[in-house]
Design a protein around this ligand. Structure first.
Ligand code: C2O
Ligand code: CU
Length: 417
């Protein structure tokens, strides 16, 4: 295990453009046989005192650290993670955010497994066949559990190769953005891959300065044509990941604050325009000519009259979890979702078990197509049209990844066998 300090500079993927994971119609998952040797990890969840912003704060941690240990694998490995709960009364699970595992490995309590209570354990096992940048977190009382520190990074590299490969999960613990090691030595001109992961419940603004860069992948999926960019900021939604390729000297800002550098000079980035993956690149034809099912999700606010949720619930089609009907599809269906945000706040949408192809936003086709996402910000007034192939049977959570919103009703399920 690599002790996670929030950032690891290790021998990893070459920062040159490379094929990671760019499916034609979404990934399909396969289950490893029980006899296959695995890369093994043990994560023990427990209350802990950790340091944030120079202060000691109470946290919930995996193996005593926030973020938890980095889970890194190479394509072809089998990953086996033994989860133990020492003393987290609300229970713990592991959800592999953005990584499309078989349903029984998805880590949603009361849906795919029972929550792991103090003294209990659960073993997860799945194949590392999807290269890219992901993360894991508890899905039990997740609004509290993730905020308190029960998360870590999951990185699957295409092959072990050399190069500076820097993982930057950004998380706010007790009001402090957890620091990454401030400087990594790198010779000028040497390639750098930054794996930016937003593990908070709200959007962060990232700026990579010092050298031109490319956005190589979003949500673990390679962009088809990563052209050079400079002086553009990246807005990463809650749960989202951007892989950025650049060269030293480089400096990374998050919300205007320098989080990491190779020793580059400070740069003023506040005025930079925002990179928009939906209007970037060239339109490419959608691989499907028809949709077998179409659903509309209207996101709003409403009164919860049952007294189960905060009085003002976050609603989908006028209902709040657990009263939102399960949406049933058939295996093999091409499913379209239209997501309408009628509320006054951003809802970072996240479907488990699948990546969705973005078709359009506010009626404008996505020219950055094919853009496969698992986490995307639906801003107030926006309408997103996305689609996916139902190729991973099970009961899947489909929810807002502002986790307090999910806990206050904005969570539903999609099912097929
Ligand atoms: Cu990262 Cu159901 O979530
Ligand atoms: Cu929300």
């Amino acid at each position: 295990l690599v002790a996670g300090t929030g950032l690891a500079a290790s021998a990893g993927a070459t920062p040159a453009p490379q094929h990671q994971h760019a499916p034609v119609a979404g990934p399909a998952v396969s289950e490893p046989a029980a006899s296959e040797p695995a890369r093994q990890f043990t994560l023990t969840a427990g209350t802990a005192t950790v340091e944030a912003g120079g202060k000691k704060v109470e946290a919930w941690a995996f193996n005593g650290q926030v973020p938890g240990p980095e889970i890194a694998a190479t394509v072809g490995d089998v990953i086996e993670v033994k989860l133990r709960n020492r003393d987290i009364d609300r229970g713990v699970t592991l959800h592999w955010h953005g990584y499309d595992v078989p349903n029984d490995q998805d880590g949603v309590p009361d849906v795919t497994q029972a929550a792991v209570l103090p003294g209990q354990e659960f073993v997860y096992r799945f194949r590392a066949d999807q290269a890219g940048t992901y993360w894991y977190h508890t899905h039990s009382a997740s609004d509290v559990g993730v905020r308190m520190g029960l998360y870590g990074v999951l990185v699957v590299r295409p092959r072990p190769v050399s190069g500076l490969d820097v993982i930057v999960p950004v998380h706010t613990l007790s009001g402090q953005i957890l620091p990454a090691p401030a400087v990594t030595a790198a010779a000028p001109g040497s390639p750098v891959r930054l794996r930016l992961i937003n593990t908070d419940s709200t959007t962060h603004r990232y700026a990579v300065a010092g050298a031109p860069f490319r956005v190589a992948a979003i949500d673990g999926m390679d962009l088809r044509h990563p052209s050079p960019l400079s002086e553009q900021a990246l807005l990463i939604p809650a749960g989202g990941r951007y892989d950025v390729l650049t060269t030293a000297p480089a400096v990374l800002y998050v919300d205007g604050r320098q989080l990491w550098s190779t020793g580059a000079q400070p740069v003023e980035t506040a005025h930079w325009p925002v990179f928009d993956p939906l209007t970037y690149g060239t339109a490419e034809p959608v691989p499907w000519s028809r949709f077998d099912r179409s659903f509309t999700l209207v996101l709003d606010r409403g009164l919860d009259l049952r007294g189960l949720l905060p009085r003002y619930a976050h609603t989908v089609n006028g209902a709040a979890d657990p009263d939102i009907p399960v949406q049933f599809v058939r295996r093999g269906d091409i499913v379209k979702f239209t997501i309408v945000n009628r509320s006054l706040v951003v809802h970072p949408w996240h479907l488990h078990g699948h990546h969705v192809l973005v078709l359009a936003r506010n009626g404008q086709p996505a020219t950055g197509s094919p853009l496969w996402l698992d986490s995307f910000d639906v801003r107030p007034g926006e309408v997103w049209e996305v689609a996916f192939e139902a190729n991973n049977p099970g009961m899947w959570a489909n929810h807002c990844h502002n986790l307090p919103h999910a806990g206050a009703g904005m969570m539903l399920h999609l099912a097929y066998e």
